[in-house]
Design a protein around this ligand. Structure first.
Ligand SMILES: O=P(O)(O)OC[C@H]1O[C@](O)(CO)[C@@H](O)[C@@H]1O
Length: 532
């Protein structure tokens, strides 16, 4: 199947996207669902390639794998766990069983405990020593940071609660810069860690506790914890009624729908948070029921597989024309690269094709003035995933939003059309002639035929954000299933963690390294010599 895909991709190298754009293509190579539109007409993916990709889905038993996920089967086989972040947004409350036990009563109970706590923080009844909470600091990393940090920024127009801040890096600069302007007496610190062992988070949490303890008599009462490890949160001194737990079937990078979303809920309020869940739930229903060709996550995934495993484009740029989605590319980096950055299949055999792509990006229009040069004229082809809303929130600045949309559409058009040598010469004819005209024109040629997709949404509301994130989660799932890998473990982060633990006493000088390579030893000794 993969060979057929690659052969098809090779055969389509001569295709011009612009020539494929017959009238029906814009209808047939787009999907509408939940009020969103995903258009993939500006790619070289044609009906024949799509058939091959659908065949790959079928061979991978996608519908059965999808049902296994939604119904709580232990599809994370290397860790023996179910994968049920979808249960966290199952507002219908319909039973979802793990090992014969319905998890929904506990999920909904935790949601209402979070809502009660968020409401109390917002209305001032859960106050700090100095009165009403003015600032919330979420300390977490990876999935315990990226999701809420991205969503809090994305939904800024809906904020009517305390200010939210995020500390993730073990670099002391991060925690120091965030805490410096805050008043410990009116700050709530949320320690977000599924395992409650992550070294960065526990180090920053200890720093924040010491900062608070300098002025607050009972610092634990101005802390909350989001974790599966209740014994450890108690040991840290956080009262039980401020600990919001979740089960091991919620993966870190899929966790913002439950307790890890508490900072978001405090910022925008429980009602808006429910709208966020509702959006994701709608996308779940769509993913579960729509036929492949009308299924947005499936088609988004197939376009991804076409570009990466088919055409060999190793990276994927995510380009939201929405400043408030500035952290979305970083969020998607973890979601996609931690999930599908694997080199072996579920059965331990080596993948016959490249694993998930390198994901990167920045919001437009800023990216246009930074790296789009390379996207338009560089030697590599970088598939671009544009996204833009029909409306912004700034009613009195609608003209700026129109300009934003025009830029987004123009970039996709420019990538596809390009500019020929003759056209470039025509533009310069009055200024140069002869060999100089040819030389100057060559610099102004755009090869064009560069693929892009477009995700359109009405407006970035909590509900729409929920839909977009769930769309991408399911896209990652479909790509993982087609590749035959486990998208829900992350063994690749372990080795570095272990070595860092062993190196710390060497860096501080408490121990000498014996079993290190010459390069690492030299680096350590230079740093030690300069640490005074
Ligand atoms: O929530 P925890 O347990 O602190 O883990 C944080 C992050 O660390 C990882 O386990 C590895 O980077 C992520 O998957 C996770 O999101």
């Amino acid at each position: 199947m993969w060979d057929a895909l690659k052969a098809r991709a090779e055969a389509s190298e001569g295709l011009r996207i612009a020539d494929l754009l017959y009238a029906d293509r814009v209808r047939d190579f787009a999907v509408e669902a939940c009020g969103l539109r995903f258009d993939y007409s500006k790619t070289t993916l044609d009906a024949e390639a799509r058939e091959i990709l659908l065949g790959i889905c079928e061979a991978a038993d996608l519908p059965a794998r999808r049902d296994a996920m939604f119904t709580g089967k232990p599809i994370n086989e290397t860790e023996g766990r179910a994968v049920l972040h979808t249960a966290l947004r199952n507002l219908s409350g319909d039973p979802v069983e793990v090992g014969g036990v319905d998890v929904m009563p506990e999920v909904l109970e935790t949601l209402s405990l979070m809502e009660a706590f968020a409401t109390a923080v917002r209305d001032g009844s859960a106050a700090g020593q100095g009165g009403r909470i003015t600032d919330v600091v979420n300390i977490g990393i990876g999935g315990s940071d990226l999701g809420p940090a991205m969503a809090v920024q994305a939904l800024a127009p809906y904020h009517d609660g305390p200010r939210c801040h995020f500390v993730s890096n073990v670099d002391a600069a991060h925690v120091a810069d965030i805490l410096r302007p805050l008043d410990p007496e009116t700050t709530l610190v949320i320690v977000a860690s599924k395992t409650f062992t992550t070294i960065e988070t526990m180090t920053n949490a200890a720093t924040a506790k010491a900062w608070m303890a300098e002025v607050v008599h009972a610092p634990g009462e101005q802390f909350a914890a989001l974790s599966t490890a209740k014994a450890k949160t108690a040991e840290f001194g956080i009262p039980e009624d401020r600990v919001f737990g979740f089960a091991d079937w919620v993966g870190g990078r899929y966790s913002m729908w439950g307790p890890i979303g508490l900072s978001l809920m405090i910022a925008i309020g429980p009602e808006a948070f429910r709208a966020f869940l509702r959006g994701a739930e709608a996308m779940d229903r769509h993913f579960r029921s729509a036929e492949p060709l009308e299924n947005m996550p499936v088609m988004l995934a197939l376009v991804g597989l076409w570009h990466n495993q088919g055409c060999g484009h190793a990276t994927r740029a995510v380009l939201p024309y929405e400043q408030r989605l500035a952290r979305l590319p970083a969020y998607l980096q973890q979601l996609e690269m931690e999930s599908n950055g694997k080199r072996v299949a579920m059965d331990g055999t080596t993948l016959p094709v490249p694993s998930g792509p390198v994901v990167w990006g920045e919001p437009g229009t800023n990216g246009q003035h930074a790296f789009y040069q390379l996207i338009h004229q560089g030697t590599r082809v970088i598939p671009c995933e544009f996204m833009v809303g029909a409306e912004g929130h700034e009613e009195d600045l609608r003209h700026q939003h129109a300009l934003l949309i025009a830029n987004c559409l123009a970039q996709a058009e420019a990538l596809m059309r390009g500019r020929s040598f003759e056209e470039a010469k025509g533009l310069l004819g009055a200024k140069f002639d002869g060999a100089e005209l040819e030389r100057q024109a060559r610099h102004r040629v755009f090869p064009g035929n560069r693929p892009s997709t477009m995700l359109l949404y009405p407006k970035l509301t909590p509900e729409v954000l929920g839909q977009i994130v769930a769309l991408y989660e399911h896209r990652v799932f479909v790509e993982g299933v087609c590749l035959g890998i486990n998208s829900f473990d992350q063994w690749g982060v372990e080795l570095g963690k272990e070595l860092a633990k062993a190196l710390e006493p060497v860096v501080t000088g408490e121990e000498d390294a014996e079993d290190k390579d010459a390069s690492t030893l030299t680096l350590v000794s230079w740093l030690r010599a300069h640490r005074e």
